[in-house]
Design a protein around this ligand. Structure first.
Ligand SMILES: NC(=O)N[C@@H](CC(=O)O)C(=O)O
Ligand SMILES: [Zn+2]
Length: 428
């Protein structure tokens, strides 16, 4: 099976290519990237006027299976990923049961082979059942294919247990992905602690809830030498701590979600739980610091924290609805519009944050259009403004604050292993 992608503007920070090229693919492998290749192929994709990039890699998604299939399944989550241009996704372990054993990782890998449209790299829980009491089988999970460990959804509050887990992760050669939230400090907070919280009469979540754990985890990484990745950074001090960690030469990276650099707490119009997520939408000063962090390379990765919930759950009030919003099908457009159109990042830098850098966090041979590498490729149109329509989402979750938002950046094709797994309606 051969594929030729013609006339597209290839944008690949890993090779520095930024211009019109042809890509020739055979049996799922990129054979040649060049000009006037003079080859015939079983399938030709005309990418005139479009950008051709390495497939995006999302280090932070929630697929909800097993246990919460009414929110999302592996199949529907993968379809949403493909529609969003993501060719590899890392599901977090906060399912029921939690992904906390070799058997559960093997189960997920089997599901990937049987029904996943995109690559799945599972993340194992730090503690058994995410109960924070006993470490899970970290070495065994790594052997079975866990790409990292994380307690996402919460922090491991026992510092000594977490330190032990980090040592195990280092021995197993996998990173730790940290959700930074001090459980004792957060109380019943549901929204950023600010005038908005007072206006809506809702209990607040202060920046310190995140910052205290962020610096603790960085210090633990310094002591143990484990590779640490801070999930969904939302505060200016998280960025400052990451900067310090990098200056110290620690193997620490940071991720930010599109909603955290696109919206502030001031944008919350009323008691609408589509604006409720963890960490919460923060202040203007925090958003500015996140953008600055993206620009100067302190924040390496853009991840979605795709957190689907049912309509019934999200129809509840801010106080009662669960935390989380969907992100796979809006991430590229929001990032392109908010960062590239405004000049915060070059387009190539954005592609780095969505593909090359997340690949580097996990040490993957992906996130590049190098010859000889797997043909995981995304093709996008950035020429036209359009409005996000949640009714078009293929994710079961429609819980987004971005319905009807004007954006640029539409995914036209997604290829995994050289196979088209998504094609925009307009191209069908
Ligand atoms: N981010 C969220 O608000 N929710 C996530 C958990 C998480 O990523 O912390 C979820 O699983 O729903
Ligand atoms: Zn989290």
């Amino acid at each position: 099976m051969t594929v030729l992608i013609k006339n597209g503007h290839v944008l690949d920070p890993s090779t520095g290519i930024d211009g019109i090229r042809e890509i020739y693919i055979k049996d799922g492998i990129i054979i040649t990237v060049g000009s006037e290749l003079n080859v015939t192929a079983d399938k030709v994709i005309d990418a005139s006027g479009l950008y051709v990039m390495p497939g995006f890699i999302d280090l932070h998604v929630h697929l909800r299976e097993p246990g919460f299939e009414y929110k999302e399944t592996i199949k529907s989550g993968c379809a949403a990923a493909a529609r969003g241009g993501f060719t590899t996704i890392c599901p977090m372990p906060n399912t029921k049961p939690a992904i906390d054993s070799k058997e559960m990782i093997e189960w997920l890998k089997k599901k990937e082979r049987e029904e996943a449209l995109v690559n799945i790299l599972p993340i194992g829980a730090v503690t058994k059942g995410q109960m924070g009491e006993e470490l899970s089988e970290i070495a065994e999970m790594a052997m079975a294919g866990a790409a990292a460990i994380s307690e996402d959804g919460k922090s491991v509050m026992s510092t000594s247990l977490y330190r032990e887990g980090m040592i195990k992760a280092k021995e197993a050669g996998i990173p730790v992905f940290a959700h930074c939230e001090d459980k004792n400090l957060v109380g019943n907070g549901v929204i950023n602690e600010s005038s908005k919280a007072r206006e809506l009469n809702l209990p607040g979540i202060s920046n310190a809830v995140e910052d205290i754990i962020a610096i603790r985890d960085i210090l633990l990484a310094k002591e143990t030498g484990v590779r640490l990745h801070l999930c969904h950074c939302s505060t200016k001090d998280s960025v400052a701590f990451l900067k310090w960690a990098k200056e110290e030469g620690l193997p620490v990276t940071g991720e930010v979600c599109p909603h955290h650099f696109t919206l502030t707490d001031e944008d919350i119009p009323c008691d609408d739980s589509n604006y409720k997520m963890n960490p919460p939408l923060r202040s203007k000063a925090d958003v500015e610091a996140l953008k600055e962090g993206l620009k100067n390379g302190i924040l390496d990765v853009i991840a979605t924290d795709h957190a689907p919930h049912s309509k019934e759950e999200k129809d509840k009030s801010f106080l009662q609805a669960p935390f989380g919003i969907v992100g796979l099908e809006t991430a590229f457009a929001l990032s392109y519009t908010e960062l590239v159109e405004t000049g915060v990042l070059s387009f190539s830098e954005l592609v780095g944050k969505l593909s090359t850098n997340p690949a580097d966090v996990l040490g993957l041979n992906r996130g590049s259009l190098k010859e000889g590498w797997t043909a995981d490729i995304v093709i996008a149109d950035t020429s036209e403004w359009y409005r996000i329509d949640k009714e078009k989402f293929v994710s079961f979750g429609k819980n987004t604050p971005f319905h009807d938002r004007r954006v640029k950046g539409r995914i036209m094709y997604t290829l995994v292993d050289g196979q088209i797994v998504y094609k925009a309606e307009e191209q069908q």
